[in-house]
Ligand binder design. Structure first.
Ligand SMILES: [Zn+2]
Length: 266
């Protein structure tokens, strides 16, 4: 699933072909792709709206339209492409936005977990999300407060979108490795220096990944280079870049979790 760096990269790449375009109409071939409002209302309301800008909130793409806000969550297999309307149809493009300039934004989604939303305000959909880890307002003190108040293991805490937005399995493992913190360490037991190290590593890891246009670990998202810089994620049995010990894989809360047993002691 695309995480913050991948979604950020997609957003940046969609701005040029989408911003300023008028959505003449939308086609929804699989109604459940539309999470809000109903598909018929979605199609009726979006017609004629212009894309004013595109931003990201957590793992959501947020399209500011002239009247409403269009949000898209890619989930497991979602892919967004802008192509000429003459391009042969894609049978997995369940939702298509037809622009006035003869191009269309296709939301292709083989596994159908992705969702689109049309709301008055982005908060109607993203209101429960935690802070953006790369925002200036997300300080070392804000993370320290979260860690102290939550008494949970670090890995599931970082994955909880209501605690911090945008971090998924890859960047949780990578950030914990860089901060030398065990994924099962309980959040409220971190000393101030450890909380600060986690804050620094989270932001460093996410920024580096954005610079590398995210990570390509599946067949859908192909533009990233960050997979060549993994320290722990998906490297079970391979040497830790810091100490040479073999990276270990465990399962935490149902998620494969990679860490160095030497650098990240419990
Ligand atoms: Zn190590």
């Amino acid at each position: 699933m695309p995480e913050l760096p991948e979604v950020e990269t997609i957003v940046r790449n969609l701005r040029a072909p989408c911003v300023g375009q008028r959505i003449e109409r939308a086609t929804v071939k699989w109604k459940r792709h539309v999470a809000m409002p109903g598909a018929a209302q979605f199609i009726r309301r979006i017609a004629g709206q212009t894309v004013l800008g595109i931003t990201r909130r957590g793992k959501y793409l947020v399209f500011q339209l002239s009247e409403d806000v269009l949000l898209i969550h890619l989930k497991m297999s979602g892919d967004l492409t802008v192509v000429s309307a003459a391009t042969p149809p894609d049978k997995h493009a369940h939702t298509v936005f037809h622009f006035g300039n003869g191009h269309e934004l296709r939301f292709s989604d083989t596994r159908k977990f992705g969702r689109v939303y049309l709301a008055r305000r982005a908060d109607d959909v993203t209101g429960s999300l935690g802070p953006e880890p790369l925002d200036d307002s997300f300080t070392a003190q804000s993370l320290a407060y979260i860690l102290q108040s939550r008494r949970r293991a670090l890995k599931p805490l970082l994955l909880d979108q209501t605690v911090i937005a945008g971090v998924g399995n890859i960047y949780a493992d990578e950030s914990l490795h860089r901060a030398r913190l065990h994924p099962l360490r309980l959040s409220h037991t971190l000393a101030a220096a450890e909380a600060r190290a986690l804050w620094r590593s989270l932001r460093y890891t996410l920024n580096q990944a954005i610079r590398n246009q995210g990570s390509s670990i599946d067949r859908v998202y192909r533009q990233g280079q960050h997979q060549y810089h993994f320290r722990a994620y998906d490297r079970a049995g391979q040497p830790c870049p810091a100490c040479g010990a073999a990276i270990r894989r465990i399962v935490v809360g149902g998620r494969g979790t990679h860490y160095c047993p030497h650098c990240q002691r419990l």
